[in-house]
Design a protein around this ligand. Structure first.
Ligand SMILES: [Fe+2]
Length: 490
């Protein structure tokens, strides 16, 4: 009896083991088509195009279905289908597609996946540029996490940013998305940032941890994680990608600062050509390594080699705002030109979004901003940075014990307003740590603004009001005359 029981138990265990194997393999098969790391990027014309990238563990076709949000009924029956390309990168299947022919200023819903396997991502959304000069975006930097927990902590900062600026139309990540460029890290990034990456278009900037061949042989990671229209001469994106895009009345030139020992001539020339061709009112330069910061990297040879080139380009091309990362602390310069503070900046205080705001008016030079890190690796302030960093600094702050950071940038015609925030690690309470604003007016705008109002009399309201005033005046005169009239009678 005892022997039979043992036998039965062995058979039972074998059956359980067999079924678990089948179930694991079925499970592995089904999750092999799971959409990972999906993201929507700027790609060429921001009014009509977007780039998409995602990954799967198993091979399948590359399909995206896109439909106007106003036509979305919970299905993709009326969606337009685009077919992209599947390639292999680091043992995973990389899916890329460019969506074209979009309508400007329109919100779209989409899903990515496989038609043959009928496996799809959750529904994502994005909005196209309406070409209007009013829009806003979010900037974060240096998540550089190496565990799911740390990516999730940084994603809380991104969520706080999206809650604080619900009208943001895209977000800029100033580089160092990950720490070691492993499949695990990019999967964790995709998981933790899924909400942001499927709600907003990203303008990604290559950080040294995302593909710096001089340090870590992270060849091609950045170029394979994002679908970007690389600038002329950018090659195959071995250590990053440089590109540019217009949005509203602003131009964004995105530099690959991994190409700077010293900067490769092709990129330098491309940046100058790109910025000189811009006729936008606002010009931004986005790059990972900061030319101005009080972090630990500002005195290093790679930064010294590139800052001279960057400063020269910014001055020559009339860039307004430079946004950078790399130094994991908060830093903002005054208006700077020729590696020195601009004198004679005048200010004007006006209302912006209902709040009294002080604008630097038509200032010379550019402002260099490092919005600290959205992640958990935070540096202290370097008290002895190279000259003239301390003179140029308006704000230098370590956010080490404060939380992760983000910035909101609002543009409305001639006004640009920048706000920097820290998010408490525990409570996610959002606190403003810095703000800056610029007003840039043309002569025609100045004349328009200083014009005296002439419409009060010309309007119907004005005429009616004048008429009533006149009648009331006559009536009062008449009433005042009555006592004299009565006195005359007697
Ligand atoms: Fe970095």
């Amino acid at each position: 009896m005892k022997r039979t029981a043992k036998k039965s138990l062995a058979v039972l265990l074998a059956v359980i083991t067999l079924f678990s194997c089948i179930s694991v393999s079925v499970c592995a098969k089904s999750t092999g088509f799971e959409v990972l790391r999906v993201n929507c990027t700027m790609y060429g014309d921001s009014k009509t195009q977007r780039g998409f990238t995602w990954y799967t563990e198993d091979y399948c076709d590359t399909v995206i279905q896109v439909v106007k949000a106003s036509d979305y009924d919970g299905t993709f029956n009326s969606a337009k289908t685009y077919i992209g390309e599947t390639s292999v990168f680091q043992d995973y299947y990389c899916h890329k597609v460019v969506v074209t022919g979009l309508k400007k200023g329109t919100e779209y819903k989409y899903r990515v996946g496989s038609l043959t396997e009928n496996t799809w991502s959750k529904t994502g959304k994005f909005v196209t540029d309406d070409g209007d000069s009013k829009f806003s975006f979010i900037a974060i930097a240096d998540v550089q996490a190496s565990s799911l927990e740390n990516f999730e902590q940084a994603a809380k900062v991104m969520t706080a940013a999206m809650n604080s600026n619900k009208d943001a139309e895209f977000y800029v990540n100033l580089g160092d998305f990950v720490n070691d460029c492993t499949n695990d890290e990019w999967n964790w990034w995709g998981e933790a940032f899924n909400k942001a990456n499927t709600s907003l278009t990203i303008a990604p900037v290559a950080g040294n941890h995302d593909g710096n061949i001089t340090n870590k042989l992270n060849i091609g990671w950045f170029a394979n994680m994002f679908n970007l229209e690389a600038g002329e001469g950018a090659g195959n994106g071995v250590n990053g990608v440089y590109y540019s895009y217009d949005y509203g009345d602003a131009h964004f030139c995105v530099v690959n600062s991994n190409d700077m020992y010293p900067m490769v001539q092709a990129q330098r020339n491309w940046i100058i050509n790109d910025l000189k061709n811009s006729d936008a009112k606002w010009n931004f330069l986005l790059l990972h390594r900061a030319a101005y910061s009080a972090g630990k990297n500002i005195n290093k040879p790679d930064t010294l080699a590139m800052r001279e080139t960057i400063i020269e380009i910014v001055d020559e091309t009339g860039v307004d705002v430079v946004l950078s990362g790399h130094d994991h602390m908060y830093f903002r310069t005054k208006q700077v030109k020729g590696d020195a503070v601009c004198e004679d900046v005048t200010y004007v205080t006006e209302k912006f979004n209902g709040k009294e705001t002080t604008f630097a008016k038509n200032p010379d030079g550019a402002v260099y901003i490092l919005p600290s890190t959205a992640g958990t690796k935070r540096y202290t302030v370097n008290e002895n940075p190279i000259d003239p960093i301390n003179e140029c600094a308006d704000v230098a702050l370590s956010t080490r014990d404060m939380g992760g950071c983000f910035a909101n940038i609002y543009i409305d015609g001639s006004k640009l307003v920048y706000e920097a925030y820290v998010v408490d690690d525990e409570t996610q309470k959002v606190t403003l740590i810095d703000e800056y604003a610029i007003k840039k007016t043309t002569k025609a705008e100045e004349q328009e603004e200083s014009k005296l109002p002439t419409d009060a009399i010309g309007t119907i309201d004005g005429s009616v009001s004048n008429f009533i005033t006149e009648i009331l005046g006559l009536l009062i005169d008449y009433i005042m005359f009555i006592p004299q009239l009565i006195a005359g009678l007697f």
